[in-house]
Design a protein around this ligand. Structure first.
Ligand SMILES: [Fe+2]
Length: 343
């Protein structure tokens, strides 16, 4: 049953309106001023319709209208005006009143206007709910879509990594092993789930920029010339650029791609960062990348024994490698047997 609140300082007017509307089947309450009206809405929840006199001692009907619009947008407001107040009534319509009734009130007119106001208000509420629902659904779909886009993008770059490895027989499986070793090391260091996920992705994608490196440089047996070395070094910044869309959600992945060739003593590339300036995730991938490079056959040399590689990591502590990361990797390395991971 729709609830109506009648606000008028004249008890006669209130009583007449209350009786007429109750007969019509509404739940009607009445108060003599603005503050009591607001108290009642606050206490009992908003009503469907407020019928308010304009002129009242203290705060007037215009003030009540403003408060109601602000606090209870779903409440419809009808203004009661004297014959000489039409201008003011029109002002109230502009400020959000739904209609006005001229005093002295005519019973038939009250019934018709109130019914119409309540109906219209219901329609407005339904329309708004529909719109809100549609809005929420739309936002949900956009979110889903951007998630799908991201997944598709990742699937594509991962495919690019596989293609990159396919054209270089020596690096087959390298990215997957680096990802695996990086996660094992991160776990050993007690890193959280989100960082571990980024380590896996960053490990997998760390060399993606090599797609732009010429095969002759990539697969060159023997030493690179200065020029070739410069070209090879570019893979870290090229890779970072290629994965730019991940920056917002996975900045750590980009850190790994850009800085996995930095060295603790500042002699790495591309920025010559020193020590803790290099993000931990990039220090981790730096260690496990070097390890996997040593323990798999490359164009420029055959694979080294695990013992030799671990020895190199040990010797490189504090120069090329972060000592804590090396220790964690050595502890985390599965049974010192790379066989299962490498083939
Ligand atoms: Fe690299």
């Amino acid at each position: 049953m729709p609830r109506i609140l009648v606000v008028d300082d004249d008890p006669m007017v209130r009583d007449v309106l209350t009786r007429v509307l109750k007969v019509q089947g509404y739940a009607v309450e009445q108060v003599g001023g603005v503050d009591e009206a607001l108290d009642l809405c606050y206490r009992d929840g908003e009503v469907d319709l407020v019928i308010s006199d304009i002129h009242m001692p203290g705060r007037d009907g215009v003030a009540l209208l403003a408060e109601l619009r602000m606090r209870y947008p779903d409440t419809a407001v009808l203004m009661l005006t004297g014959d000489d107040d039409v201008g003011l009534a029109v002002e109230c319509l502009k400020k959000g009143a739904m209609d006005y009734l001229a005093k002295p009130v005519q019973i038939q007119e009250v019934r018709a206007r109130v019914e119409k106001a309540i109906e219209e208000q219901q329609q407005r509420i339904e329309l708004r709910q529909l719109r809100d629902g549609y809005q929420a659904e739309l936002e949900g779909r956009v979110l889903q879509l951007s998630q799908r886009n991201k997944e598709m993008f990742l699937a594509q770059v991962q495919m690019a990594v596989r293609m990159l490895e396919a054209k270089d027989v020596y690096t087959r499986g390298h990215s997957a092993r680096v990802a695996e070793y990086a996660v094992l090391t991160g776990r050993q260091l007690g890193l959280g789930r989100a960082v571990l996920d980024d380590l896996r992705l960053g490990g997998d994608l760390h060399d993606i920029g090599k797609i732009g490196t010429r095969d002759a440089v990539l697969n060159k047996p023997g030493r690179l010339t200065d020029e070739e070395f410069t070209e090879m070094k570019r893979h870290v910044t090229d890779g970072e650029e290629m994965l730019g869309v991940l920056r917002a959600d996975h900045p750590e992945v980009l850190h790994i791609v850009r800085w996995h060739h930095e060295r603790i003593d500042g002699s790495g590339f591309p920025d010559g960062l020193i020590g803790a300036q290099i993000p931990l995730s990039a220090r981790i991938v730096g260690v496990v990348d070097a390890f996997d490079a040593m323990t798999s056959t490359r164009a420029y040399r055959v694979e080294q024994s695990l013992e030799y590689a671990f020895g190199e990591l040990e010797r490189g502590k504090g120069r090329q490698f972060d000592a804590d990361v090396v220790d964690a990797f050595v502890l985390a390395f599965p049974n010192r047997s790379a066989a299962t991971l490498r083939h």
